[in-house]
Design a protein around this ligand. Structure first.
Ligand SMILES: *Cc1c(COP(=O)(O)O)cnc(C)c1O
Length: 532
């Protein structure tokens, strides 16, 4: 496609950049910021990166269904493919590039030793259908990680297979539903209580399982309103789903009283453990009276996340819920590890299977490497440093930005948008301006209970000088916004990113999920091909 090479005209294929070459360069590139077409707009049909032999002639066996046209795949040589994807990767912000303050997500550094261990041939080359006698070490690895998770949480059992936090919620709530069923109470206990600040996955999980979700308000200290909670408890309540530390970055100081009240009402306490990073090694959730909790391995024990995974969300279970842990169970008979698959006899009543095979082996390996390289003392320091870093940010910004709640925070510093009042600058504009300063923005507009929320989570590994530069950038943006004359500049941000401000509402409501060539050259229209 000749026109795709004419970069001075902006991108062929109609990606509206709004900035197509007004940079004054011949190529449209800005130094190392290289304009990148879609792979379908590059190369030529017929070009191939490998030298394949002519396929042997075979007898037509498809009864006339054989494709007649060309397949319509991009035709590029290997170096072109490598360059394309490398350039694309450089447009992405990553935890390995700088401060990644995305609150609630706990973007942790992933130590390279984890990767090395996960790639050992005895681990990286495993196949889940190998005979059990050949994977004894892998099963022991899963059991070792399970042991650490039980020890760190003070809980007697753990279901390892859930593939993410939300999947773990599903597992834990299914165990609660099964326990209620066994007591003959499932039909009458239809309500699940969730604080208004809850992560969206909590009410979604409860609703998906057929529960009715009842929101519990927060008090003016950002914690669950205990009186409102007690008033909502009754014989219709199956469980509460509570995050601790909560999504406002605060420790639920009434948690022991909450768990007592929940149990007295005959309900279960589901704890969302996504924020375990802030208390790991310091607090055992089991001591607080919870019944089950998912652990996002990717938010506490490193392992890469973002871009959709893979994560891992093992769920620790109390003794009454342990029998319902899903298959498979990893059990030891004498010296031999065994995988109790669907239908196998175990000491319990497993709720079925949540996932193919045994769980996210690569993530288990990375998490165990992280845990063992830190040791118990190191994990405790992780929590302490995470809380210290967040409080450093909070202390350094609270005179110019507006903290949502008074007092120290846990692992994330939460601000509302009142410091931007009358400046014409919104939380979104402020976040976009951070991109021009070279930062991935913090989490915006979550939790919903705080107006124009900005949730900053610096994680424990960010060095002080890097935090100082980040703080300096935010203080400078704050000062600029408060001049009252900079709204236009903020609305124009980001200026230096590969793409300018996008219409995010339109993108969400009317996503364009298919590329169509603007000028269909014969033979390489993949859509036409599909129709033929
Ligand atoms: C991240 C998160 C979840 C969901 O976890 P995933 O692993 O993304 O499915 C649930 N609750 C809270 C509070 C979270 O931060």
């Amino acid at each position: 496609m000749v026109q795709s090479l004419d970069r001075s005209q902006g991108r062929a294929g109609g990606v509206a950049t709004g900035s197509a070459n007004n940079h004054g360069t011949y190529t449209g590139n800005r130094a190392l910021q290289i304009e990148e077409p879609l792979i379908f707009e590059m190369g030529q049909t017929g070009r191939c990166g490998v030298d394949l032999p002519e396929p042997p002639k075979v007898k037509e066996r498809l009864n006339g269904l054989r494709r007649k046209g060309t397949i319509g795949l991009p035709g590029l040589a290997e170096p072109q493919v490598v360059q394309h994807y490398t350039r694309l990767s450089q447009k992405n912000y990553a935890i390995d590039m700088g401060v990644y303050p995305l609150g609630s997500c706990t973007m942790k550094h992933n130590p390279r030793i984890n990767e090395k261990v996960a790639r050992l041939p005895g681990i990286g080359d495993l196949h889940p259908l190998q005979p059990v006698s050949t994977v004894q070490g892998a099963l022991e690895l899963i059991d070792s990680l399970a042991h650490w998770l039980k020890t760190l949480t003070g809980m007697p059992a753990v279901a390892m297979s859930p593939a993410a936090g939300a999947h773990g919620e599903m597992c834990g709530m299914m165990a609660i539903a099964a326990a209620l069923e066994a007591k003959g109470e499932r039909a009458k206990r239809k309500t699940v209580l969730a604080p208004e600040s809850a992560h969206g996955t909590n009410p979604a999980t409860a609703a998906a399982l057929g529960f009715v979700v009842k929101p519990i308000p927060a008090n003016d200290r950002g914690r669950v309103d205990l009186a409102a909670l007690k008033a909502a408890l009754g014989p219709d309540v199956a469980a509460i789903m509570l995050t601790n530390p909560n999504t406002c970055g605060l420790f639920e100081s009434d948690i022991v009283e909450i768990s007592k009240a929940v149990h007295e009402a005959g309900a279960y306490f589901y704890c969302d453990g996504a924020n375990f990073n802030a208390i790991v090694g310091r607090v055992r959730p089991g001591d607080l009276g919870i019944d089950c909790m998912h652990i996002n391995l990717h938010k506490t024990f490193s392992t890469p996340h973002g871009g959709g995974g893979p994560g891992a969300g093992p769920v620790v279970l109390s003794a009454p819920l342990a029998p319902y842990a899903p298959y498979p169970w990893i059990v030891k008979d004498g010296d031999t590890w065994r995988v109790a698959e669907d239908g196998a006899k175990v000491e319990g009543a497993p709720l079925g299977r949540l996932k193919a095979f045994h769980g996210q082996m690569g993530m288990f390996t990375r998490a165990l490497a992280y845990i063992m390289s830190h040791g118990a003392d190191g994990l405790k320091q992780v929590a302490e440093d995470a809380v210290l870093n967040a409080n450093y940010v909070m202390a350094a910004l609270k005179d110019v930005m507006s903290p949502a709640f008074e007092g120290p925070c846990m692992h994330e510093a939460l601000f509302d948008d009142s410091f931007l009042k009358d400046t014409g600058v919104s939380t979104l504009d402020f976040a976009k301006a951070m991109i021009d300063e070279g930062y991935h923005p913090m989490t915006m507009y979550f939790p919903l209970v705080v107006h124009g929320a900005m949730l900053i989570e610096p994680t424990e590994t960010v060095a002080k000088e890097d935090l100082d530069q980040f703080i300096g950038a935010l203080r400078s943006l704050t000062a600029k916004a408060k001049t009252g004359t900079a709204a236009e500049d903020f609305k124009a941000a980001p200026l230096y990113a590969p793409r300018r401000r996008l219409d995010e509402t339109l993108a969400a409501r009317k996503p364009v999920l298919r590329w169509k060539p603007s000028n269909n050259p014969p033979g390489i229209d993949p859509l036409k091909q599909a129709a033929e």
